[in-house]
Design a protein around this ligand. Structure first.
Ligand code: KG4
Ligand code: ZN
Length: 355
């Protein structure tokens, strides 16, 4: 089965083609048009600007994805790379995200579903991030129940996955998401946008240089009984520390390293605790922040030490931040279960819950 995935929930216009065969999903093409350069000067995503960019980009991005995968259109218009393959269904992010951004993807998917007479699958963006872990794996390789630490710019959640498409959120942030905290810390340290990759690089450099971190920031809610998080106080703690440190501008990598470690410590502590409580058969990492090298390495080591029999999976770097390959993959598993939505009935919901 071949799925066209479409993702426009925030500031990336993305389309991808996934092929599911013999219980395994392969990505035939993965096209992402990033708007980072456009939003950089504002220090964050401007919804109206993002929406307009999506409208301009969506069709060229879809065309490129089809062309790269060598997919014939349903009217049999052949691509240059003649594979003879055709799309069987369209999967689109219907939420959560910026409503004005989501609408471009959903309206496009609806139109294509109607014109090409193809079934449509509604995909939750967070489920998409989780399904990035299923790419290139045998379906039965991921055992349930699974615990997934899902960390992005808009969400920080510990998710219990009990089967294909069956999710329960057991903990989430009460204020800022982990990625949002990285972005705000980068703003305070004056190092640029988007903050996650920049803080990550600064911290990696500091660690590789073998320097000692003398800064101490709190680990919010680490010993709280719930699986919830709170990162807004951490950002305030960083603000006060740099205000009281005349030398802070010469210690930026050290601040970045400690800020990142404070977030990692809390995320890892709660993920391991949840995996033990729910007898997880798999632990996974998902979302944009899963591109963080220290988080990937430290969580892997911790799972190996504390849960040696439990496999740990992380998405390939190309599938961590927003993309449509993850969407097409999630769509494939929904399509296997015939979870289709009629184009007339598909709904966009900026606060869509993961269920
Ligand atoms: O999943 P994503 O692409 O978009 C949302 O769904 O929000 O995540 C984007 C977030 C941003 O906050 C970005 O700063 C963060 O992921 N991020 C990182 C890294 N790469 C991206 N955070 C920490 N370390 C990274 N290497
Ligand atoms: Zn995302």
């Amino acid at each position: 089965m071949i799925i066209l995935g479409i993702e426009t929930s925030c500031d990336e216009t993305a389309a991808a083609i996934a092929e599911g065969r013999d219980g395994q999903v392969k990505i035939l093409s993965n096209v992402v048009s990033s708007q980072i350069a456009i939003h950089q000067k504002y220090g964050g995503v401007v919804p109206e600007v993002a929406a307009r960019e999506h409208v301009l980009n969506i069709l060229p991005v879809i065309n490129e994805a089809l062309e790269k995968a060598g997919i014939n259109l349903p009217n049999n218009k052949a691509t240059k790379k003649k594979t003879g393959k055709k799309i069987d269904a369209i999967a689109v992010t219907t939420g959560p995200g910026l409503i004005t951004s989501l609408l471009t993807g959903v309206e496009t998917a609806k139109t294509l579903s109607y014109v090409w007479n193809l079934p449509l699958v509604s995909v939750n963006h967070i489920a998409g991030h989780i399904y990035a872990n299923f790419i290139d794996k045998k379906t039965n390789q991921i055992k349930f129940p699974a615990i997934i630490l899902t960390v992005s710019g808009g969400h920080t959640m510990i998710v219990l996955m009990s089967g294909q498409g069956k999710f329960k959120t057991i903990g989430e942030t009460r204020d800022d998401a982990a990625g949002e905290a990285f972005d705000k810390a980068a703003q305070l340290l004056g190092v640029g946008y988007p903050g996650g990759p920049i803080i990550s690089k600064l911290a990696d450099g500091f660690i590789q240089a073998g320097q000692t971190n003398l800064i101490k920031l709190p680990r919010p809610m680490i010993y709280d009984k719930s699986y919830d998080f709170s990162f807004s106080g951490l950002k305030t703690a960083l603000l006060y520390q740099i205000k009281n440190d005349k030398n802070w501008k010469n210690r930026i990598p050290e601040y970045a390293c400690e800020f990142q470690q404070a977030i990692i410590d809390v995320l890892i502590h709660k993920t391991i605790k949840a995996a033990k409580q729910y007898n997880a058969k798999t632990v996974m990492l998902a979302g944009g922040v899963s591109a963080n090298t220290q988080l990937r390495q430290q969580l892997e080591i911790k799972v190996k030490n504390e849960l040696p029999k439990t496999p740990f999976y992380i998405p390939d770097f190309s599938y961590c931040t927003d993309n449509a390959a993850m969407l097409a993959t999630a769509g494939y598993y929904s399509a296997l279960d015939k979870k289709f939505t009629l184009w007339k009935k598909i709904k966009t919901d900026s606060n869509l819950e993961l269920k």
